[in-house]
Ligand binder design. Structure first.
Ligand SMILES: Nc1nc2c(ncn2[C@@H]2O[C@H](COP(=O)(O)OP(=O)(O)OP(=O)(O)O)[C@@H](O)[C@H]2O)c(=O)[nH]1
Length: 225
């Protein structure tokens, strides 16, 4: 069994009850102040599982590609302005045949969540989101596999242009090298926290400005604040 499959099955597949859906019991008891649901959407093999594993475990799942079956989630608590923000991150299957399974997870019981996107067919995914998700969902466009410069199919400028057209932030990430992965999740966590808990004296949080400022900081000194 490859590493990847081992990770997905860490908490067991519910054999017999749900063959297609990998459900993970919430085993994380880490303290948090506020929680949000984040979904990774996108075509098969764009790297959703790898981005999540990089963020959660700081590792890269190389080797043979094994497509996600159904849906799975992992929790990670990040700190935003002295608050513990828990991200419950859902890794969906990109393959068309699992689409009906993932649709059921778009709506959040508490009404607070973000959709987080990696994709090659952005417009089609946006249509899905507008159909199944809540109107105030936070969307971010990620162009993953930025380390594969020779195989690049979309230029950075094209990605930015598309994101601008839809008014969403855009970042290029690499699950392999780790570039921008932490920053992408930090930015989403901050946006969600500020949308839900905005202190009267606080200036309005601007996700685009935050991403740009952090990119500059990491260019000069590394790390994310
Ligand atoms: N070079 C490189 N390879 C990557 C990167 N991210 C993922 N991969 C590889 O791309 C393949 C697909 O990655 P996955 O994360 O399984 O893709 P996915 O989007 O979850 O696919 P589905 O489960 O079918 O939806 C695997 O072979 C990974 O090792 C990356 O940033 N750089």
């Amino acid at each position: 069994m490859s590493n990847r499959k081992a990770i997905l099955m860490e908490n067991g597949v519910k054999n017999g009850t749900s063959r297609n859906v990998l459900e993970r019991c919430a085993s994380v008891n880490e303290y948090f102040d506020i929680a949000f649901k984040v979904m990774l959407l996108g075509d098969s093999a764009v790297g959703k599982t790898c981005v999540l594993v990089r963020f959660k475990d700081g590792a890269f799942l190389g080797g043979n590609f094994i497509a996600t079956v159904g849906i799975d989630f992992r929790n990670k608590v990040v700190t935003v302005d002295n608050m513990k923000v828990k991200l419950q991150i859902w890794d969906t299957a990109g393959q068309e045949r699992f689409r009906s399974v993932t649709h059921a997870y778009y709506r959040d019981a508490q009404g607070k969540y973000a959709t987080f996107i990696l994709l090659s067919l952005f417009k089609a995914w946006l249509t899905e989101i507008s159909e199944y998700a809540k109107k105030d969902v936070v969307i971010m466009l990620l162009g993953n596999k930025s380390d594969m410069a020779a195989e690049r199919v979309i230029t950075h400028e094209e990605g930015e242009k598309l994101a601008k057209e839809y008014g969403v932030p855009f970042m290029e990430t690499s699950a392999k090298t780790g570039v921008n992965v932490e920053l992408a999740f930090q930015a989403i966590a901050r946006e969600l926290k500020h949308r839900n808990i905005q202190q009267p004296h606080e200036p309005k949080f601007k996700i685009h400005d935050y991403i740009e400022s952090q990119k500059q900081k990491s260019n000069c000194c590394g790390g994310i604040m």
